[in-house]
Design a protein around this ligand. Sequence first.
Ligand code: AMP
Length: 142
Amino acid sequence: MYKHILFATDLTDETEYVIEKVRTLRGYTNATLSMIHVVEPLPGYSYAYLGIEDIEGQLIEEAKQAMEKLGTTLKVEKTNQFVEVGPTKTKILQVAEEKNIDLIICGSHGRHGLSLLLGSTANAILHGAKCDVLTVRLPEEK
Ligand code: AMP
């Protein structure tokens, strides 16, 4: 069965639904659980435009805090919590290979995605991963 699961999270509220599936699957498999959140680098001009000096730094810090909270909920070691900066799909696939992940779990679409369509991150993970991928279909908004 699976030995090392990677949960790719966009750290939004929709994650709640996916969290339950991650918890259950981890329970069945007894696998090591890692989590990843990727912060996309902002273009240089956005700093001047928004008038905030280190937006990226702030986003990384916020992501680390949210990851820590999620890590407590899911009982994930700090050393298995990854906050990466770069292109989301590339980073997820890179960490999956580096850590010998055998199952990636992600939502079928993120906060802004259309519920019936597979989001671009989910789609890229499915196409690029060398391991199994579980895309959790999020419930449709009422
Ligand atoms: P998307 O395809 O972007 O609509 O998102 C689908 C799923 O990909 C989300 O439910 C997350 O599981 C994962 N995902 C999206 N963005 C990120 C991110 N920045 N870091 C890690 N995982 C992400």
